[in-house]
Structures are given as structure tokens and as C-alpha cells.
Design a protein around this ligand. Structure first.
Ligand SMILES: Cc1ncc(COP(=O)(O)O)c(C=O)c1O
Length: 383
């Protein structure tokens, strides 16, 4: 029997989507240096008591790993609803909560359900650099309106952008990354009002809403008096508020993000999720971590205080610093920000070169880490 002709391995060309040609994967450099202040993690590892409970819960779940996990994870949704009620005073039913492997995946579900070819996602830059990637990966058009010099969003500008682009989804990070800026509730409300009939036309020509996503990944770090957009949920069926266990909970390695929205909106996300997307081990570990929420959240107040002290110190030294409701601070403005970033790295402190030209972002660490950052910056800037 004749052997089929083989194409030489080197000549095989993969059918990569043309719009992905030459692109590199997203991600900050993961360097091995003593002081890591570059990806807005919580600097405090879980206590041994938390580790022991997670270990026991995961071991228990491992005994049932021959079975697929619960697809709809009602217990986890119920615990997350209860946590949100305690944290923000807004009462939610478990059916209003959805979760996935990080809030990145939760937001991808939103784009999979509501975006797509011929549709647009609108945001306001500078903002979280993954947003255009969700758009790209779901073949959704990407439009970035502008943020003001203080990094808030002007309501009239937002209304104009909605009218011009009829977006299917509007992504509002609040507190925003990389600037730390929280949006006033009035801004979110005005955008929700404009979005109620501001989405793409339905097949029958009727107006639809744009889904407004308030990404509160850093919500727990907000300053006193800054309310959560969760308070608006009962009035806006097209609003979703995304949260994560990666930041305030100090569980970035767990990969557990979630959102709250009207049950009908959540039901649409259940259509696009992969079957059994949330592993039994993740569900078990998340439930165990949530049972320790008071302890895990104990550091939030000290991180907030540390952040406020850092903002004051940078300003006292004559730098511009964006107001921050998050666990990081955007500061500048430098003629050569790369030189400052390099100088800090040479002294063992890794921060992030991100945001508008001339600015740098530093995450709030432990008091010792923040002190190391200050000492290094003093040297680099010859203060
Ligand atoms: C604004 C914002 N949203 C969402 C995320 C994603 O968080 P995770 O996928 O870990 O929940 C991040 C991570 O840095 C972020 O900065």
C-alpha cells in the first residue's frame, strides 16, 4: 500500500486568525526579586489555620473526583451572596450571583453572551489592559472613550459615546486599574440610564440595553463614603457588578471571580460557560476560604491606611499622585519612567510600568515592603 505523501514538518503553517498574528500573551513580567509590588496582589499569605481548612476541604473534594463537579455551584453562590450582603449592605439571592476562574473569566462570559461579531464593547481609557483582549477574543469591536485629567468619566462624554456606538457592553472599572479612581455612584447611574435603551438594535429593530459592567475587583479597598454599585442592582436589570477573591481576600492563586446581577442576566451567562468550568477543588477551596472571611479581610483596613500614607508621602515629595480607592497608587510624572522603573528593579523592587506616558504604578505591600520601595525611590530620585 502506498504511503500518503507527507508535507515536511517545517512547511506546515497553522491557520492562526490573521488578527492574532504576531501578538504576544498578556502578562506583567514575573521576576524573582525580593519586593514584588507589580500586580496588585495582597501581600499577606493565608494563615496556617486557613491553609489547614483549605487543605482538608480539598482532600474531601478529592474523594469525589471521579464525578463532575456541580455545574451550578449553589452553595458557593449562596455564600458569596451572603458575603456581599455583609460587605456592602445589599441583599442578594444566590441566583443573582455567578462565578468563574477569576473575574477575568466572568467578564469573558459577559462578552461571550452579549458581544460578538458586529457588536461593540465600550470602555474609558486609561483602564484595565485586558478589556481590549476580551473584545478581541470574542470578535467584538472595541471602542475606548476618554477619562478626564483626574481619571473620572465625564457623563456627557459617556452619553455621546453610547449614542454614537450603541455598545452591547460597557466596561467601567471602579476603582479603575491602573489609576485607582472610583466612579461616583451618580456617574454609574447616569450611564445605566443612558444604557437602558442604548444598546444595539434587536433583529426586530427594537432598542435593547447595553449591559453595564462595573468591575469592582478592588471594591473592598474603597475609601469610607464611596458606595459600591451593588446598591444600584435592584433598579437596573442590565447592570452587573464584578468582584474577585484575588485582591482583598488575598486569594489570587485560587482563581475565583464572581459577579452580581439580575437572575435573568446570570441565566444568559450559564448558556456560554464551558460545562463544569469551576472545578470541585476550586469550589471546595473557595468555600473554605470564605468561611474565614473575617480573618482574610482583617488586613484590608491596614492596607488602606498604608495606601493613604503612601499617597501623602509621594505628594509631599512633589510627585503627582492619582487619588486611590484601590490597593495600588499611580504616580509620576517622569520624563523617563523606564529609568525610574529600572532603578527600582536594580534595588530589588519590582513595580509596574503601565498607564499614561510618564506614570508608574506601585502596589501597596506590607509595611516593610513599602518602606523598601520608599528607600529605593529616594535613592533613584536622589532625594
Ligand atoms: C480592574 C481589574 N479587573 C479584574 C482583574 C482580574 O482579576 P482576577 O481575574 O484575578 O479576578 C484585575 C486584575 O488585576 C483588575 O485589575
Amino acid at each position: 500500500m502506498a504511503t500518503p505523501a507527507q508535507t515536511p514538518v517545517a512547511a506546515v503553517r497553522l491557520p492562526l486568525r490573521p488578527d492574532l498574528a504576531g501578538l504576544t500573551p498578556y502578562g506583567a513580567p514575573q521576576l524573582d526579586v525580593p519586593v514584588l509590588l507589580n500586580v496588585n496582589e495582597n501581600p499577606y499569605p493565608p494563615s496556617e489555620a486557613v491553609v489547614a481548612d483549605i487543605t482538608a476541604a480539598v482532600a474531601d473534594a478529592a474523594r469525589g473526583l471521579n464525578r463532575y463537579p456541580d455545574r451550578d455551584f449553589p452553595r458557593l453562590r449562596s455564600e458569596l451572596a451572603e458575603y456581599l450582603q455583609v460587605e456592602s449592605g445589599v441583599s442578594l439571592a444566590p441566583e443573582q450571583v455567578w462565578a468563574a476562574n477569576g473575574s477575568n473569566e466572568v467578564m469573558l462570559h459577559l462578552l461571550q453572551a452579549f458581544g460578538g461579531p458586529g457588536r461593540t464593547v465600550l470602555s474609558f481609557a486609561p483602564t484595565y489592559s485586558m478589556y481590549p483582549e476580551y473584545a478581541r477574543d470574542t470578535l467584538t469591536g472595541w471602542v475606548a472613550g476618554r477619562r478626564e485629567p483626574d481619571f473620572t468619566v465625564d457623563v456627557d462624554h459617556a452619553r455621546e459615546q453610547i449614542a454614537a456606538h450603541r455598545p452591547a457592553v460597557i466596561l467601567l472599572a471602579s476603582p479603575n486599574n491602573p489609576t485607582g479612581t472610583a466612579l461616583p455612584l451618580q456617574t454609574v447611574e447616569a450611564i445605566c440610564a443612558a444604557a437602558a435603551t442604548g444598546g444595539p438594535a434587536a433583529e426586530d429593530g427594537a432598542a435593547t440595553a447595553a449591559v453595564v459592567v462595573v468591575d469592582e475587583a478592588y471594591g473592598e479597598f474603597r475609601r469610607a463614603g464611596t458606595p459600591s454599585a451593588l446598591a444600584l442592582l435592584d433598579r437596573h436589570p442590565h447592570l452587573a457588578v464584578a468582584r474577585t477573591m484575588s485582591k482583598a481576600f488575598g486569594m489570587a492563586g485560587l482563581r475565583l471571580g464572581y459577579l452580581a446581577a439580575a437572575p435573568a442576566l446570570v441565566d444568559h451567562l450559564r448558556v456560554v460557560r464551558l460545562p463544569y468550568h469551576l472545578s470541585a477543588l476550586t469550589q471546595a477551596a473557595a468555600l473554605a476560604a470564605l468561611s474565614h472571611r473575617d480573618e482574610l479581610m482583617a488586613q484590608v483596613a491596614s492596607l488602606r491606611a498604608e495606601r493613604d500614607a503612601l499617597v501623602t508621602w509621594l505628594r509631599e515629595h512633589g510627585l503627582r499622585v492619582a487619588d486611590s480607592d484601590a490597593n495600588f497608587v499611580l504616580f509620576g510624572v517622569f520624563d523617563d519612567r523606564r529609568a525610574v522603573w529600572d532603578g527600582l528593579l536594580a534595588r530589588g523592587v519590582l513595580i509596574r510600568e503601565v498607564g499614561p506616558e510618564g506614570w508608574l504604578r506601585v502596589s501597596v505591600g506590607t509595611p516593610a515592603e513599602t518602606a523598601a520601595f520608599r528607600a529605593a525611590l529616594e535613592e533613584v530620585l536622589c532625594w
